[in-house]
Design a protein around this ligand. Structure first.
Ligand SMILES: Nc1ncnc2c1ncn2[C@@H]1O[C@H](COP(=O)(O)OP(=O)(O)OP(=O)(O)O)[C@@H](O)[C@H]1O
Length: 283
């Protein structure tokens, strides 16, 4: 599959923290989620991909460009959300679009105005007066209004109420219907990623723990809730991760390893990531 994004041996250090992306391949036409605990390196990865940071070493390619920071043509095709986006704080959404229509060849004012209306954003209010959720919505309206084929979104649903999140997931689902469109999205709201993503990459302490096809990952594991007594009859080598409660124990197991004498159920992505994050979990 053609790569929208490819990173190899990409490194960026801040003091004792090192982001070390050995190999990340994001195929064109897919939605790829970036998951991981606070401080694991999601924003740093996204800023490197947007050319907002320079790597210490390694190679990255975004829509075929190896120097995305300087490649203004390729940047036309990328819509993004990052927390400290350089929207001038005294500008309102209308003034912003006056600037952006000079910047983007494919600027679609009708689409932008429609999105502002849909997100109920006041086009005459200064950016600094917007709430966090409003700022995210404005960035998304921009990202979707210049015919980008790649969206790189850092926490696009954080700070939004459930209705707004649902609205954004619907808009992103529509965007991905075009097979030439690709999305890289980081989020702590795993349920949003579960709805949207084809693939997930789990970052831990700056390194990729795994990249997996989401449905295949969810199919692979089961949660067994049993008593400590019953656990004695389960092969301990087949237990991937565990969580002890006062009266019962939760065991993460591969579906094919679950013995017939216990009940098991599928996990959602959040439950699975929490258990895999526990010491000893492996995917
Ligand atoms: N400008 C900076 N100067 C120094 N350290 C930084 C800087 N930016 C990020 N870091 C450090 O790099 C590490 C990764 O940060 P990053 O923001 O990429 O994590 P994250 O996964 O996005 O976290 P969160 O989920 O909390 O947003 C952290 O230890 C952070 O303190």
């Amino acid at each position: 599959m053609e790569s929208a994004i490819h990173c190899s041996n990409l490194k960026k250090s801040y003091g004792s923290f090192t982001l070390d992306i050995n190999d990340l391949h994001i195929a064109t036409g897919t939605v790829h989620g970036l998951i991981g605990a606070n401080g694991c390196g999601k924003t740093t990865t996204i800023k490197l991909l947007l050319g907002l940071l320079f790597p210490d070493s390694g190679d990255l390619s975004v829509l075929g460009s190896h120097a995305i920071g300087q490649d203004t043509e390729i940047r036309q095709n990328i819509g993004f959300i990052v927390e400290d986006a350089s929207v001038p704080s005294l500008m309102n959404a209308k003034q912003l679009s006056d600037v952006l229509k000079q910047t983007y060849h494919g600027w679609d004012q009708v689409r932008y105005d429609l999105l502002l209306k849909q997100f109920q954003l006041d086009a005459k209010k200064q950016y600094r007066m917007y709430s966090r959720g409003m700022k995210v919505k404005l960035q998304l309206a921009v990202a979707l209004s210049h015919q980008a084929s790649l969206l790189i979104l850092d926490e696009p649903t954080s700070g939004l109420d459930p209705l707004a999140r649902d609205e954004i997931i619907t808009i992103l689902s529509e965007f991905r219907e075009d097979e030439s469109h690709t999305i890289l999205i980081s989020s702590h709201i795993t349920s949003d990623l579960e709805k949207l993503c084809d693939y997930v990459t789990f970052l831990e302490h700056g390194r990729i723990r795994f990249t997996r096809e989401k449905d295949e990952l969810l199919d692979e594991f089961r949660l067994v809730q049993t008593t400590h007594q019953m656990e004695a009859d389960i092969d301990s080598d087949a237990i991937v991760a565990r969580r002890d409660g006062s009266f019962q124990v939760e065991l993460l197991m591969r579906a094919q390893d679950v013995p017939s004498f216990v009940e098991a159920r599928r996990l959602n992505l959040e439950e699975l990531i929490i258990l895999l994050s526990r010491k000893g979990g492996a995917a």
